[in-house]
Design a protein around this ligand. Structure first.
Ligand SMILES: [Zn+2]
Length: 298
């Protein structure tokens, strides 16, 4: 850890850059990871909420704290999604999402640098980037709480925040305005290989893979088709086109996943850069297409 002054200087120079900065995303991730394990209900989890909210105050967006009580196998647990809305003028919207909680592992120091940390830092850098560019559609950035199971992964013990928000957005009409949702999870792995997640909406997933190839990032966007349950599912079930960008081969034989080896040294700024560049190019192209306020994809 360099001195505080050095961190501030590095941060200031990164933040003045025009586009998405992978180095800055990694810095944000480092700040989250430095808080230690961040399962819902923990002091570090509360500190991370405060940190995300304080950063968002600098980025000219509308911030909403979506608090709710999750019914978990361990009893009722207060949780909170954090939503940043960058308003556009078209009446339509896109959402870029990820989770900020880390898996509860009592007795172990699981800091979730990639799993929970990388999505948190990625979205903060996306917020900074979006605040510097014009928009056509609303862009929602969502930090989901409670992605991880508290006891054993099941339909009812997982995806607490995304299930809550999909229901809420269905009721208040936001869902109908969504053109697409892109979820990111474990995208910081220095050996980045994103799978073609099988539940994801085909046109959306393949469009992203095409852009990645055109940008010269094809080797990070694999041909492997794998089903992975994640925060995109509640939105898919509600009829929203959605894709999950996830690297599910973390360390030799996936052996760093959900272990104390999921630490910051396993991540690289370049991996964040690759994902950031691809999503922003996808957004640029989407803004050139014709999406009417009440129509679907045209
Ligand atoms: Zn996990």
């Amino acid at each position: 850890m360099p001195s505080a002054k050095a961190v501030v200087l590095v941060y200031a120079s990164l933040a003045s850059a025009a586009g998405f900065s992978g180095a800055s995303a990694l810095q944000y991730t480092a700040r989250a990871v430095a808080l230690g394990p961040r399962p819902p209900g923990s002091e570090a989890h509360r500190k991370l909420q405060t940190y995300i909210l304080s950063e968002l105050r600098r980025f000219r967006c509308q911030v909403e704290q979506d608090a709710f009580t999750a019914r978990t196998p361990l009893g009722p647990l207060p949780m909170k999604n954090i939503i940043a809305r960058f308003p556009g003028a078209s009446g339509r919207a896109v959402a870029i999402t990820g989770h900020y909680d880390t898996k509860s592992m009592p007795g172990r120091t699981f800091v979730g640098a990639n799993d929970g940390g990388s999505s948190t830092g990625f979205l903060l850098e996306m917020a900074r980037t979006l605040s510097t560019r014009p928009r056509r559609h609303d862009v929602y950035l969502v930090w989901f709480d409670g992605e991880e199971a508290l006891v054993q992964w099941s339909e009812s013990d997982s995806l607490y925040g995304s299930r809550h928000l999909a229901r809420r957005w269905s009721q208040d009409g936001t869902l109908r305005r969504l053109i697409a949702l892109i979820n990111v999870d474990m995208i910081g792995d220095r050996d980045l290989g994103l799978v073609r997640e099988a539940f994801s909406t085909l046109w959306l997933r393949e469009g992203i893979w095409q852009i990645a190839a055109e940008l010269g990032y094809g080797r990070h966007f694999l041909n492997d088709v794998v089903e992975i349950e994640d925060d995109h599912l509640p939105f898919l079930r509600a009829g929203v086109p959605a894709v999950n960008l996830i690297d599910f081969d973390y360390g030799p034989g996936h052996s760093w996943w959900h272990t104390e080896r999921d630490t910051l040294d396993k991540l690289s700024a370049r991996s964040f850069q690759v994902v950031g560049d691809v999503i922003l190019e996808w957004l640029r192209r989407l803004e050139r297409e014709n999406h009417s306020a009440h129509g679907g994809r045209q």
